[in-house]
Ligand binder design. Structure first.
Ligand code: C2E
Ligand code: MG
Ligand code: MG
Ligand code: MG
Length: 292
């Protein structure tokens, strides 16, 4: 009986793996097609990032793929495929140029937001990445000071000297760096002190379990304390409730991102949020102006 179960299990896994392999193959094929012939399937959404006053100061660009027959496919699924097949390079370029174009539109409308873009390890370490970014910044005529690249700890671990060199060169353009999903990798404090980063993003898995796993509350507080020592900013991602926001706020977190504030949204909606906020500020300024 046990043997039979075992055999069934093996068969089950084999069938499962085959399905998975097939799905990956289709994703590769269809993504390549989208990038080459139908980029309208791709779209960037933007998720607001707010400061301790609840004001939006930035947005993270998150790619969306609307597959013509399968509907929306998650980046959690297709980004890893893009990474191993090399499609991350055209995809990364698409994200950079579209994100920067959007930032330039917002800047020209006087909407003063930062923009953060996710950069995959293979994209970051690809020859010519510096030139690609420089070119995109120039073409779009954006103020690069308002532009941030999110990289992960795994990049740093690959070749620290090369990475530091590259980061320094990008930094001369005014570009900032944040470490995404922080706490899930293995970067030591020593690594971190070497890097010209301006922000750590606490991974959302720690925020999720803030009140159920006491370890996670301790980790979050340790990360926040670390950022104070490093002299960098800290943002929590995946903030879903008021309780989480309060905990983070009380423990010294500078900035917040998550469903509690806003979900990722199309560019037009993000623009609406920025306009609304700007109008609010203008009204406040006008008020104080009259009172004075
Ligand atoms: P990430 O960069 O860590 O992005 C945060 C993810 O958390 C996003 O998922 C976002 O929609 C989601 N999120 C935001 N707030 C909450 C919340 O309160 N609760 C929960 N449960 N989730 C929240 P998304 O958009 O599915 O992206 C997943 C990952 O795919 C990203 O993780 C990033 O690693 C990658 N990705 C997305 N867009 C791009 C891109 O343009 N380029 C590259 N290279 N990777 C990307
Ligand atoms: Mg990110
Ligand atoms: Mg993250
Ligand atoms: Mg991630």
């Amino acid at each position: 009986k046990a043997k039979e179960d075992g055999r069934n299990l093996v068969q089950f896994f084999a069938a499962d793996m085959q399905k998975l392999a097939l799905r990956r193959m289709h994703i590769e094929e269809d993504l390549r097609h989208a990038l080459e012939s139908d980029p309208n399937q791709l779209e960037l959404h933007y998720q607001p990032q707010v400061n301790h006053n609840g004001e939006i100061f930035g947005a993270e660009a998150l790619i969306r793929w609307n597959h013509p027959t399968n509907g929306r496919i998650s980046p959690e699924e297709f980004i890893p495929v893009a990474e191993v097949t090399g499609l991350i390079h055209p995809l990364g370029k698409w994200v950079l140029s579209h994100g920067l174009q959007q930032l330039s539109v917002w800047q020209s409308k006087g909407l003063n937001t930062q923009l953060a873009i996710n950069i995959s390890p293979n994209q970051f370490l690809q020859e010519g990445f510096l030139e690609t970014v420089t070119e995109a910044v120039k073409t779009c005529g954006v103020n690069a000071e308002r532009f941030e690249l999110e990289i992960t700890e795994s990049v740093i671990m690959r070749d620290i000297d090369e990475v530091v060199e590259l980061m320094k060169e990008l930094k001369t353009l005014g570009i900032k760096f944040s470490i995404d999903d922080f706490g899930t990798g293995y970067s030591s404090l020593q690594y971190l002190t070497k890097l010209p980063i301006s922000k750590l993003k606490i991974d959302k898995s720690f925020i999720n379990d803030l009140f159920t796993d006491p370890n996670d509350a301790a980790i979050v507080n340790t990360i926040i304390a670390m950022t104070k020592h490093l002299g960098v900013a800290v943002i929590a991602e995946g903030v879903e409730t008021l309780e989480e926001a309060n905990f983070l706020f009380e423990n010294g977190c500078d900035a917040f991102q998550g469903y509690y504030y806003d979900r990722p949204m199309p560019a037009t909606d993000m623009e609406g949020r920025l306009l609304q906020q700007k109008a609010g500020f203008t009204a406040i300024e006008a008020d104080t102006g009259e009172a004075a």
